[in-house]
Design a protein around this ligand. Structure first.
Ligand code: ADP
Length: 268
């Protein structure tokens, strides 16, 4: 780093300072780059449905003005695109709310079991509509963890939703919750596994799945109503909880998403 190398006794302090400054600058540049990319991606994601809606409005004002059939069809498409924009804005708002609290660890003690039951109930209609049997198996009770009830519900909901929409062909989604012992004196951890038997995910995609707007297949994600932000939200929530997300999948054999959360002694 220093051209002075092994020079006299006064030299060593300087290179260290240069090094720290250099590292700070690269970190700041990296964060700035991520922010710029994020805004560009979010704008692009919003622009696509907006362009479609604008196009249909122009068609309805012009060539299709008196075509009742076309009006019905176009209005339906516009409604779908408007819902897509609305979902995207909801997810962007969720992300920024969680980021605001990124360094504040939740302090309340909650039981994961009723949260999972609630999520399974909420996802039941979608599972039926998709021809998927959704099975919830809670093996230990209570599953007390330190966490935020609504955020944990969002984590499980996003994972179960993905398992149903991407793993639909497997016909079954298993959600399993267990308590994992960790040596004397430490409260057990809660482990929640969401398993599907769909097409799975190739290994090269696994490390990038929790990046914002990363999709294995963008067209299929959009067609299924995805925003590309679901797993990024999961990761941010779990980071704030000091929890972990482990993803395991082999193409053709489905996917398994495991959430590990630090346990607590009692539910308040
Ligand atoms: P999206 O809104 O596109 O579903 P997510 O962040 O929730 O975004 O997921 C990112 C991508 O990971 C998805 O687009 C999909 O390609 C892939 N993925 C997530 N869950 C599964 C799963 N259970 N099986 C196969 N692929 C999945």
């Amino acid at each position: 780093v220093s051209p002075l190398g092994d020079a006299g006794p006064a030299a060593p302090a300087r290179p260290a300072v240069y090094l720290v400054l250099l590292r700070d600058l690269t970190e700041a540049q990296r964060v700035e780059r991520m922010r710029v990319d994020f805004v560009a991606n979010a704008s692009h994601e919003l622009r696509t449905p907006l362009a479609s809606v604008t196009g249909f409005i122009e068609t309805l004002q012009g060539p299709a003005r008196n075509d009742a059939d076309a009006r019905e069809r176009f209005l339906e498409i516009m409604a779908v695109q408007a819902r897509r924009m609305s979902r995207l804005i909801d997810d962007l708002m969720s992300l920024s709310r969680i980021e605001l609290k990124a360094h504040v660890r939740p302090e309340t003690v909650v039981d994961v079991a009723p949260i999972l039951e609630h999520v399974a109930d909420a996802m039941h209609p979608l599972a039926i509509e998709s021809g998927v049997e959704l099975k919830l198996d809670i093996r230990d009770r209570p599953l007390s963890v330190v966490g935020d009830r609504d955020e944990l519900a969002q984590v499980f909901q996003n994972l179960v939703h993905n398992a149903i929409k991407y793993g639909q062909s497997g016909g079954r989604v298993d959600v399993t919750a267990v308590s994992v012992q960790r040596g004397a004196g430490k409260p057990a951890r809660a482990s929640v596994t969401v398993r599907d038997y769909g097409p799975g995910i190739a290994a090269e995609h696994l490390p990038r799945l929790t990046e914002r707007f990363y999709r294995v297949d963008t067209a299929s994600s959009r067609e299924k109503g995805g925003t590309g932000l679901g797993l990024a939200i999961v990761k941010h929530i779990l980071n704030r909880h000091h929890g972990q997300l482990l993803i395991d999948s082999k193409p053709g054999e489905g996917a398994e998403f495991k959430v590990l959360l630090d346990g607590a002694e009692n539910v308040t």
